[in-house]
Design a protein around this ligand. Structure first.
Ligand code: AMP
Ligand code: MG
Length: 476
C-alpha cells in the first residue's frame, strides 16, 4: 500500500478521556531518512518503494498525517526506582494511529501534556540505540516493540551538550504499561481502570474476553509472559537498566530501550545504568524486580480482582521463571530437555564464567562448535582450571547426544553476535558525523545474529578491554 492509501484507526481513543490527551506532533527541522525497516513495513502492508520517498520522511516527522490519524499521548503513572510517581505519561512519544493490530508511535516528536520539564525530543544517539536494539531482540526471537524507521535532523537538542534530534517510529501490539493501570487505581478512577483492563483483554488476551474472572486471568497471563521474558533476557545476557513499572509492557514485550547493555564478560551484578547507584536494576536482580513490578500491577488491579487469587498466582512466579530459564539455558547447552543435575551445571557454568572473566556470548558460541578439543574454549578465559572441571561434567552430560544434532541446536540458540554497547557507540560516532554505514551493518547483524557474517568477524570476539562493562547515562 502507498502511504496515501493508509487508513489508520485509533481504538485507544474509545477509552475515557482521562486515558490520553490529543496532541499535534512538532516536526524536526531538516529531517532526513537514516534507516527504514522493510520487514516491519511488510507487516504493516506498506510498499517498500514508499520507504525511500520524501513522503515517508514527512510521515516519520509527523508532518504528513495519514488518513484517519488522530494523534494523542497516553497517560500513565509508575514506580521509578521503587518510588511512586502519580503522573508520567508519554512525554515525547506521540501515537499516530493503528494499522491492523499495530500501534504506531513517533518518539521524539515534541512536547505533550505529559512532558513535565522535558523538551519532547529524543537525540540521535538514543534513537539509534532503540532502533537497532529492538531489531536485535526481534532477531533473537525475544518479544519486543519494533521500529518502522529512523530519521535524523539538524534540530538542536540540549542535553549535557548540544545534540541532534531524531525520531523513531515505534510499532507495537500494545503501548500499555503496568504504570497505566497504576494511574487509574491511584486516582480512584475505577470505571476507567475497568475500561482499560477490558481494552487490554480485547486487544492482547482475547481468549479471556467476556469471562467473569477475566481480570484475574489477565493478571495470571501477564505474570507468565513476564516470567518468560525475564528468562529470555537472562539467558541471552540482556540487562535492561530501567525496569520502572512505566517501562513494563502489559503485553510482555521488551519496551523503552534506554541505558541497556548486553553483558560483555559474564557478571551477575552487572549494572548498566549510571543512575542506578544501588544496583536495583542490575543484571541478576531482573527476575526479582519483575516480580516486584507484578506486585504493583496486582495492587492496581485489586479493585477489579480478588487480591487473594492474584497473590496465589504471583506465588507461582518463581517456579515459572526458573522453569523457563532452565528451558532456554538447556537449549543453549544443546540438551534435549532438563534433567536432574542440569540446574547445577548451569549455575556452576555462570559462576565459572564470572570467576574467569569470560565473554558470555563468545563462550556459548564457541561451546556450540565444541567436539572435544578444548583449546578454543580455554582461550576465552584467564585460567584453565575451573573451566576444565566444568567441561568434564559437560562431556559426561552430552555423551549420549548426537553431536550433529547438538551443534545444530546450539548454533541456532547461541548468537554469534549481540549488539554490545561498544558496537552501538561506533555506529553512533559515525552517524554523528553523517556516516550511517555502521548503523546499516549493525542492522544486518541484528536481523540475523545466528548467521556467520564473515565480513563482520571483528564484532564476534570478546569486547575490547577498554570498552568492557561501561555504564550509560539515562539522558536521552
Ligand atoms: P524513560 O526513563 O525514558 O522511560 O522516561 C520516563 C518518563 O519521562 C516518561 O514519561 C517519558 O515520556 C518522560 N521523558 C523522558 N525524556 C523526556 C523528554 N526529553 N521530554 C519529555 N518527556 C520525557
Ligand atoms: Mg519509559
Amino acid at each position: 500500500m502507498k502511504l496515501n492509501e493508509l487508513q489508520l484507526t485509533n481504538p485507544y481513543l474509545e477509552l475515557p478521556a482521562e486515558c490520553y490527551d490529543r496532541v499535534t506532533p512538532t516536526p524536526l527541522v531538516d529531517p532526513y531518512l537514516i534507516h527504514a525497516n522493510t520487514d516491519v513495513a511488510k507487516v504493516l502492508n506498506i510498499d517498500e518503494e514508499e520507504l525511500q520517498t520524501e513522503a515517508f520522511v514527512k510521515f516519520l516527522n509527523g508532518e504528513y498525517k495519514a488518513e484517519g490519524s488522530e494523534p494523542f499521548a497516553m497517560c500513565y503513572a509508575g514506580h521509578q526506582f521503587g518510588y511512586f510517581v502519580p503522573r508520567l505519561g508519554d512525554g515525547r512519544a506521540i501515537n499516530i494511529g493503528t494499522l491492523d493490530k499495530y500501534h504506531l508511535q513517533l518518539k521524539g516528536a515534541g512536547i505533550t501534556e505529559y512532558s513535565r520539564n522535558g523538551d519532547g525530543r529524543a537525540v540521535l544517539r538514543s534513537s539509534i540505540r532503540e532502533y537497532l536494539m529492538s531489531e536485535a531482540m526481534q532477531g533473537l526471537s525475544i518479544p519486543t516493540t519494533l521500529c518502522l524507521g529512523l530519521i535524523g535532523s539538524e534540530h538542536q537538542v540540549r542535553r549535557e551538550k548540544i545534540e541532534k534530534g531524531a525520531i523513531v517510529c515505534r510499532v507495537s501490539s500494545s503501548w500499555v504499561r503496568f504504570g497505566t493501570f497504576e494511574y487509574y487505581a491511584h486516582q480512584g478512577l475505577f470505571k476507567e481502570l475497568e475500561a482499560l483492563a477490558d481494552y487490554v483483554i480485547e486487544e492482547n488476551f482475547p481468549h479471556h474476553s467476556g469471562k467473569e474472572n477475566r481480570y484475574t486471568l489477565l493478571f495470571n497471563d501477564v505474570m507468565i509472559i513476564t516470567a518468560r521474558l525475564m528468562a529470555q533476557w537472562m539467558s541471552v545476557g540482556f540487562n535492561h537498566g530501567v525496569m520502572n513499572t512505566d517501562n513494563m509492557s502489559i503485553a510482555g514485550l521488551t519496551i523503552d530501550y534506554g541505558p541497556y547493555a548486553f553483558l560483555d564478560d559474564f557478571r551477575h551484578e552487572n549494572i548498566c545504568n549510571h543512575t542506578d547507584v544501588e544496583g536495583r536494576y542490575s543484571f541478576a536482580s531482573q527476575p526479582e524486580i519483575a516480580k516486584w513490578n507484578l506486585r504493583s500491577l496486582m495492587m492496581a488491579l485489586s479493585p477489579l480482582s480478588s487480591t487473594e487469587k492474584m497473590e496465589k498466582n504471583l506465588a507461582m512466579y518463581d517456579k515459572i521463571y526458573i522453569r523457563y530459564f532452565h528451558y532456554y539455558m538447556c537449549k543453549k547447552l544443546g540438551f534435549e530437555g532438563t534433567i536432574e543435575g542440569d540446574p547445577e551445571l548451569i549455575d556452576d557454568m555462570l559462576d565459572m564464567l564470572e570467576q574467569l572473566h569470560v565473554d558470555y556470548t563468545l563462550f556459548l558460541r564457541t561451546l556450540s562448535h565444541y567436539e572435544g578439543d578444548r583449546a578454543a574454549l580455554l582461550s576465552t578465559g584467564l585460567y584453565h582450571e575451573p573451566m576444565n572441571a566444568w567441561l568434564d561434567r559437560y562431556d559426561a552430560r552430552i555423551k549420549d547426544i548426537d553431536n550433529t544434532v547438538r551443534k545444530e541446536q546450539m548454533l541456532a540458540a547461541n548468537p554469534k553476535y549481540v549488539l554490545k554497547n561498544y558496537m552501538l557507540q561506533e555506529a553512533i560516532d559515525a552517524a554523528e558525523k553523517g556516516d550511517f554505514s555502521v548503523v546499516n551493518d549493525l542492522f544486518k547483524i541484528a536481523q540475523n545474529p545466528f548467521d556467520e557474517h564473515p565480513e563482520f568477524e571483528r564484532w564476534a570476539g570478546a569486547t575490547p578491554q577498554e570498552f568492557k562493562n561501561q555504564k550509560l547515562s539515562c539522558s536521552s
